[in-house]
Design a protein around this ligand. Structure first.
Ligand code: MG
Length: 385
């Protein structure tokens, strides 16, 4: 017995909660396409993102640590996969569309520059006269415009629900032109998009602690000041000893579990107390439906503060960030002073939209190692061009 798309759509209707986005009710794509025999609209979105060039580049883009510092640190690709795992658990527990959640998560970091947040800051500064740079907006630009998979249209031609899930409040202002109509934002995004957003936070808090400890930039004992860390550590101690090598991964796994479970329970209670009966009611509710409890919000805030002070402002991280900014600044200067140094396809794009925006797309699309190689090629007299 083969399960056709119609069957899967019926299953969704039966299985999912009233606040879930159903594939059958999707507002559709900008360019009309025939439906698939076996996959729903959101499954196709997820698959298109997974097969995109920008997705493969996530492997060599980093958030905090540059790619060559060690093979065990997170890249944006492994970060994205960790977010997807956490988001799927939450989505399934809250009875929403896992395929849509996953499509949004897999695409959520596509717009990030090389070298993490320092790269984004550099690009925003360099483009100040052209409307700046914003990574959520860039993710949408990639799936709507920069990826090429057809001669009929540009972009991945994703559904409205996935596209709007990538656009966050603040990233929709027309600081720079978007080649397609921007999806309209309501007060709040769908439950699926809200889950993607907070699963992102759970993932990076935890893996940044993990990578921070592995790299010895963070000290084990310093973490014991944190309420959530102590809670996770005490939980582990009840079940096993607190000795290396098992204790670090055990505490991290427990912390993820504590946060995800709190998010599930708090959000379920909210959806019930607001008597949410449709996706529209989610988007027009007086407050977001997916949240941590006040206690857990406080704990995550403390965690974020700790990481900010001890990891993101660690002098070795600051040195790397400054180097990253110099690399992007140098590349920008070289390309804008003489755009003939750019590959022909970037030059062609520049004729349509202006060289600055085409250069920004080119720089933002670079992986860490590509940007470093390119810098060497342009500035080291002994390097091959
Ligand atoms: Mg992320």
């Amino acid at each position: 017995m083969v399960r056709q798309r119609e069957q899967i759509e019926k299953d969704e209707e039966r299985r999912l909660a009233p606040w879930a986005c159903l594939s059958r009710d999707s507002l559709g794509r900008l360019h009309a396409e025939a439906p698939h025999s076996y996959r729903t609209a959101f499954q196709r979105d997820r698959d298109r993102v997974l097969h995109s060039t920008a997705f493969r580049r996530l492997q060599y883009k980093t958030q905090v640590f540059v790619y060559h510092e060690g093979d065990h640190f997170r890249s944006r690709l492994t970060h994205t996969l960790e977010v997807a795992q956490i988001a799927r658990t939450i989505a399934r527990a809250l009875g929403v569309n896992e395929d849509l959640t996953e499509a949004i998560v897999l695409a959520h970091d596509l717009g990030h520059t090389p070298f993490g947040h320092s790269g984004q800051q550099a690009l925003h500064r360099l483009l100040s006269k052209q409307g700046g740079f914003e990574h959520n907006r860039q993710s949408l630009r990639i799936v709507d415009f920069l990826e090429l998979r057809s001669n009929r249209y540009r972009g991945l031609n994703l559904t409205y629900e996935t596209r709007v899930g990538l656009l966050k409040h603040g990233s929709e202002f027309p600081r720079y032109a978007h080649p397609l109509p921007l999806p309209e934002l309501r007060t709040w995004p769908s439950v699926e998009a809200q889950i993607a957003n907070l699963a992102d936070e759970i993932a990076y808090h935890n893996h940044d602690i993990d990578d921070g400890l592995r790299s010895s930039l963070l000290e084990w004992d310093a973490l014991s000041d944190l309420v959530l860390w102590r809670r996770a550590l005490n939980h582990v101690r009840k079940l096993e000893d607190d000795k290396p090598p098992g204790v670090r991964p055990r505490v991290i796994a427990t912390l993820i579990d504590i946060l995800a479970s709190d998010l599930i329970e708090t959000s379920a209670a909210r959806l019930r107390s607001h008597a949410i009966g449709s996706t529209l009611e989610v988007q027009e509710a007086p407050e977001p439906m997916v949240t941590f409890s006040p206690e857990m919000s406080e704990g995550t805030h403390e965690l974020a503060q700790f990481l900010h002070e001890n990891l993101y402002r660690h002098h070795l991280v600051v040195r790397m960030a400054a180097k990253a900014e110099r690399i992007l600044q140098d590349l920008w200067t070289a390309y804008t002073q003489d755009p003939r140094q750019l590959p022909p396809q970037v030059l062609r794009e520049g004729q349509a939209e202006g060289h600055e925006r085409a250069i920004a797309d080119y720089l933002a699309g670079m992986t860490d190692r590509f940007a470093m190689d390119e810098h060497r090629k342009l500035f080291d007299p002994h390097a091959h061009v």
